[in-house]
Design a protein around this ligand. Structure first.
Ligand SMILES: Nc1ncnc2c1ncn2[C@@H]1O[C@H](COP(=O)(O)OP(=O)(O)OP(=O)(O)O)[C@@H](O)[C@H]1O
Length: 269
């Protein structure tokens, strides 16, 4: 597919009933001389969960990390093109990256709570961003975040216990609560269930359903059933390019591109 048609396709999504929260245009990512992402243009909507799928090494995580400038932490990484959040260029020199990462939160593959209490894990972000006006206010933020992450009832009587002492699934929901606590607009999830058992995975998927609409959510997943279950929009990446982006039901039942079809039918990957 010619590059311009992907741009047209992305632009077309703006006219849909899901206004874009983030827009990426002609994004390239290099690690040193090696190009990992090639001319990707995509919109991420507010109402839909967007899944990034594709074979290992195709660039899903790399592209996801461009959306909150996590690639800045990799010295060899270089990003070109344009990515906006509510129309503002996130790579502009005026963009405050700490603020950006609060607005575009991230949940990683392996749950990574701080070695602090459950309460402190959630309170840390609001404290550094000055979001609470006192102890009662902070308590309310912690409770609300843990409730939204579906964890409150399990932890309300042990908020002072260590976040790292919980089960993997609970730790991942704690990391989601930690992201939620700073009132993000977008939540990026990089294979959030790959270290979890099926029951913990089901809880995270249920949570994604509940969070949908309140936050723009993008999830990278290797698990196609998971993409089909949790997302309304799916982007298929291959060798650093965005091959196809569309409604999840269409991508899985009637893909337009042979490469997409081969991947979802298990011919490679
Ligand atoms: N920090 C890095 N330095 C150099 N190359 C990297 C780095 N991170 C990723 N790459 C390379 O960029 C390409 C895309 O990797 P990326 O991790 O984004 O793919 P992916 O689709 O998310 O893969 P997986 O599904 O295995 O996580 C790969 O060739 C990978 O080796």
């Amino acid at each position: 597919m010619a590059d311009h048609s992907l741009n047209d396709m992305a632009a077309g999504q703006r006219a849909s009933n899901d206004p874009p929260k983030m827009e990426a245009r002609n994004v390239d990512v290099f690690y040193g001389a090696k190009q990992a992402i090639k001319n990707v243009s995509i919109d991420v909507g507010m109402e839909n969960v967007t899944a990034f799928i594709g074979p290992s090494g195709c660039g899903k995580s790399t592209f996801l990390r461009t959306l909150n400038r996590m690639n800045d932490t990799v010295s060899s990484a270089r990003v070109t093109g344009e990515i906006t959040l509510d129309g503002d260029d996130i790579y502009s020199p005026e963009m405050d990256v700490v603020q950006l990462r609060a607005r575009v939160g991230m949940v990683f593959q392996k749950p990574n709570p701080f070695p602090k209490s459950i309460y402190e894990n959630v309170a840390y972000g609001p404290r550094i961003h000055g979001l609470a006006s006192g102890k009662a206010d902070m308590d309310a933020i912690v409770e609300k975040s843990l409730r939204r992450a579906g964890l409150w009832d399990e932890v309300k009587d042990r908020l002072s216990e260590s976040g790292t002492a919980m089960s993997g699934g609970q730790q991942q929901r704690l990391c989601i609560a930690r992201a939620i606590a700073v009132e993000p607009e977008v939540i990026l999830m990089d294979e959030p269930c790959s270290a979890l058992d099926p029951i913990a995975t089901a809880k995270i998927e249920e949570l994604i359903h509940e969070l949908r609409g309140r936050y723009a959510i993008v999830i990278v997943t290797h698990n196609m059933q998971q993409a089909a279950r949790v997302s309304q929009r799916t982007a298929f990446f291959h060798l650093g390019t965005l091959v196809e982006y569309g409604d999840t039901s269409e991508i899985f039942t009637n893909p337009r591109e042979t490469r997409t079809k081969d991947y979802i039918t298990g011919r490679y990957g």
